[in-house]
Ligand binder design. Sequence first.
Ligand code: SAH
Length: 399
Amino acid sequence: MTARPASTAPPAPGATDLGVPAVRPSDQTAPMPLQMAPKRRGKPPKHFADLTSAERVASVEAMGEKPFRAKQLATHYFQHYTSDPEQMTDLPKATREALATTMFPPLIRPTRRLEADGGTTVKTLWHLFDDAKVESVLMRYPNRTTLCVSSQAGCGMACPFCATGQLGLTRNLTTAEILEQVRAAFRSLASGEIPGGPARLNNLVFMGMGEPLANPRAVIETVKTLVAPEPEGFGMSARNITVSTVGLVPAMLKLADLGIPVTLALSLHAPDDDLRSELVPINTRWSVDEALDAARHYFEVTGRRVSIEYALIKDMNDHGWRADLLGEKLNARGRGWVHVNPIPLNPTPGSIWTASDRAVEDEFVARLRGHGIPTTIRDTRGSDIDGACGQLAAEEDDE
Ligand code: SAH
């Protein structure tokens, strides 16, 4: 995602300051360090959405309330999208104040709202309890709605073409901090705030700030609650949830075993280790072949077709031979298990990199299709509001 750099000063080693333009690491500065774990910071307060169903019941009982109050609260939160005690008129007044204050501490606060596409694309900047900042983007299409959420404040993966990659990692989000982004989206769609009449949220992509599989515990708990039937959760369909990763292989294998067939997207960006190690530094830990094997394994276990993301960067990774090599590597692992989403690069401010020319993009797509690989250029909605999430916009529906 795209917190816009605020200064052009080079980063102090390990700094998480905002504001470093993306440059080719070899051009001037030392590459950003990889950060697998965040620095320790205070924890956000526990929230109803952090809890399992059994824990919700235990929590209301611990407050001296009847267990059925947990279901009432869940209905307000997951079906009416509210945590406001004033609206919980089926609870006694004194009770609802106490319950709401304890169970629904404020976790995220909108501080900026940017609109594009006639109000059907909305990016929100959120401040967290410790003033860490994240973004989410809601996109409404004629027949579907998609929310792009952040799973970390900043990101430790240091991809040089990605604005968030230049921020460094501030911290992991909790389950409830992610789910609060989702509740806000359901709420603004249900209330008719987005042009087109009241609607439900259909799709969710973990393509905002952060590397979701570097925060697996919170992301997996979030997914469980997203798919739990109402009122235990939001009742979303697993296939409409996409977890996008740089290729953290062990976490990809764990995700396959979760038994919730979300869609997996692998940010590949190059089919050869030399270039990929520069574009996606974690490649020095898990190579192209290892990441592709893990993606193929994900398909075998879940039956879900995997997406390969490929930001097309002019004269960097957009060569015909790279399209051919990608096609060969994918076909070597079978047919029908994968599709490719080339994404025109959304240049980050100050970056020396730009999107590929249209003709080059077309040739790249044509070569992949020539190998029999389903390939769709990703829509770049929201690029005029400083990109969307991860400077991406929509999850292209592959169904
Ligand atoms: N960390 C995860 C998810 C966040 S980014 C991941 O890397 O997959 C979501 C997608 O946006 C990734 O494929 C990422 O590589 C891509 N992206 C990041 N910066 C971009 C840019 N400037 N232009 C186009 N795509 C970009």
